[in-house]
Design a protein around this ligand. Structure first.
Ligand SMILES: Cc1cc2nc3c(=O)[nH]c(=O)nc-3n(C[C@H](O)[C@H](O)[C@H](O)COP(=O)(O)OP(=O)(O)OC[C@H]3O[C@@H](n4cnc5c(N)ncnc54)[C@H](O)[C@@H]3O)c2cc1C
Length: 494
């Protein structure tokens, strides 16, 4: 292991690997060292079954389209998420064209995205939501129906066994995707390993980060096989450690990280691999979260295609575990408490009672009650053939807030040092789908001097042709980028 590097990437999930790929494309001479505590890449949240694999384009997730007090539907957040996914599509297309990813079908499949609601109030909401979305070019091709037979054609399992009198509605967009982020991460890391100047060390845990007198970072790394601790110095460090990012940000001691805390939420899926059932459901069907429950609790019945096998996933059922990573320690939450984040943590505990209630409710569910929730979406579901699958951990961000003491956030945030030498990624939603957007955010925050017309900009525009253009405003560009990426990635275009 070299003891100096230009860049250290902590963690071998989708975020570090995406940033690594972008950096090497923009500056092939960079020396990059990646350290991963586990025995391979993509073993935590980025692993296929640890997440839902939705290519989040805010097509079907109703939590991104809140109702305003005047009854109209606000689609501004959905539009942001929608075009962030376009950045990932462009990066992946570039990598396919470049030969870095041989076959897009090894990680990406066309799977229609649907929203599905029951009852007059929810139907009225979905109708208004559809009207607002379908009027925008980003949602061109979205369909709406209240007709049982039409919805049954779109997704038979959710309609069979349902009373013909039940009022239901659904939207569908056939350009949706299912993504195996684990497979994608493997592609990215394998590609990086083939480039000179890139190394990845598995079973190597970063234990400390110290800024030296020259402004470089000393990264202490423990070889978990021998217990030996070595140090690497780097000009730039990306803390892409998923749930492990908060403790490392705290160790770095940068003032920008002060006051942040984390609230871990664990998840469970119901999974069915029976081809007689999974072969009849080819959609991701998102419902509406119960009142008071957090956005990540939205129930969905998803087609998954992992390693060539078609399966069904339903959930998530939330739980509480004090671990920040699935392979983490039960002490993670307690060890993250420091004087600077006590007030934010206590304020969030005080102000988010509905979340506590929701989590307790989820923990108390019996297997029978859990199955009843599935039957709300798939009325004829039989217990046989369904098994529990433990999902990844999500660490929600708790950040200091002058007015409330602390706020609980369900998004992601890049926390960078003022001198741009280190940045950590906190939070988990919309997640892996927006890895390219997040990596570009790192470039903009930390490499503004390189991101110029005489520097990295021309290459970045070759990789991401829409870079610098708002796809929310530019209908022509959106149409072009979507048509081109759909063709390369073998997904649907409308
Ligand atoms: C239940 C659930 C459902 C989700 N559904 C979706 C979805 O449908 N669509 C979507 O886009 N996103 C989804 N996400 C979010 C998505 O999975 C994450 O945003 C994404 O995988 C995070 O990638 P990452 O690289 O930051 O983290 P990870 O994949 O967790 O990788 C971080 C890596 O860092 C390593 N690490 C940690 N600490 C250290 C250390 N000290 N030293 C060395 N290595 C370390 C870990 O071992 C791990 O391998 C979901 C997440 C969950 C939990």
């Amino acid at each position: 292991m070299s003891d100096t590097s230009d860049v250290v990437l902590i963690g071998a999930g989708i975020m570090s690997s995406t940033l690594g790929v972008l950096l090497k494309e923009l500056e092939p001479n960079l020396n990059i060292a990646m350290f991963e505590a586990l025995q391979d890449c993509a073993q935590e949240s980025s692993e296929a079954w640890n997440n839902a694999g939705t290519g989040h384009a805010a097509n079907c997730e109703m939590n991104y389209t809140p109702e305003r007090p005047d009854g109209s539907v606000d689609i501004s957040k959905a539009l942001e998420v929608n075009v962030e996914f376009d950045l990932s599509r462009q990066l992946w297309s570039y990598l396919v064209r470049r030969g870095a990813i041989k076959d897009p079908r090894s990680f990406l499949h066309p799977v229609p995205h649907m929203s599905f609601v029951r009852g007059p109030e929810n139907v009225a909401f979905l109708k208004k939501r559809f009207a607002a979305m379908a009027a925008h070019h980003c949602y061109h091709g979205m369909e709406y129906s209240e007709d049982h037979r039409t919805i049954e054609q779109w997704a038979p399992l959710i309609m069979e066994g349902r009373s013909p009198d039940e009022q239901v509605a659904a939207t569908r967009i056939i350009t949706g995707t299912d993504v195996d982020y684990g497979s994608l991460t493997h592609h990215l890391v394998n590609h990086l390993v083939g480039l000179s100047g890139f190394t990845v060390q598995y079973r190597h845990r970063v234990t400390n980060l110290v800024r030296d007198t020259t402004g470089r970072w000393r990264v202490d790394v423990e070889d978990m096989s021998t217990g030996e601790v070595r140090s690497v110095t780097a000009k730039f460090v990306f803390i892409g450690a998923g749930g492990g990012a908060l403790p490392l940000l705290q160790k770095s001691g940068i003032p920008e990280g002060r006051g942040y805390g984390g609230f871990p939420v664990s998840g469970i899926w119901l999974r069915c691999d029976d081809p007689a059932i999974s072969g009849r459901h080819h959609a991701k069907v998102y419902g509406k979260a119960a009142v008071g429950s957090p956005p990540m609790s939205v129930p969905h019945l998803d087609a998954r295609i992992i390693g060539g096998q078609h399966s069904l996933l339903f959930g998530p059922y939330a739980g509480f575990s004090s671990k920040f990573l699935k392979h983490g320690s039960l002490l993670d939450l307690f060890e993250s408490i420091e004087t600077s984040n006590v007030i934010p943590l206590l304020s969030v505990a005080r102000d988010n009672f509905p979340l506590t209630e929701y989590l307790i409710g989820q923990l108390m569910l019996t297997p029978h009650q859990r199955f009843r929730t599935l039957q709300e979406y798939y009325p004829n579901a039989k217990q046989d053939g369904w098994q529990l699958q433990v999902a990844g951990q999500r660490v929600q961000i708790i950040k200091p807030d002058q007015q409330h003491g602390g706020l609980l956030e369900f998004g992601t945030e890049l926390v960078a040092a003022e001198d741009r030498s280190i940045v950590g990624l906190l939070g988990a939603s919309p997640g892996a789908s927006t890895a390219a957007f997040i990596a570009i955010g790192v470039l903009q925050k930390c490499f503004p001097q390189e991101l110029t017309a005489s520097g990295w900009l021309p290459k970045l525009k070759e990789i991401i042709p829409s870079y610098g253009v708002s796809l929310i405003d530019d209908a022509e560009m959106t149409k072009r980028v979507r048509a081109e990426t759909a063709q390369v990635l073998k997904i649907e275009n409308v």
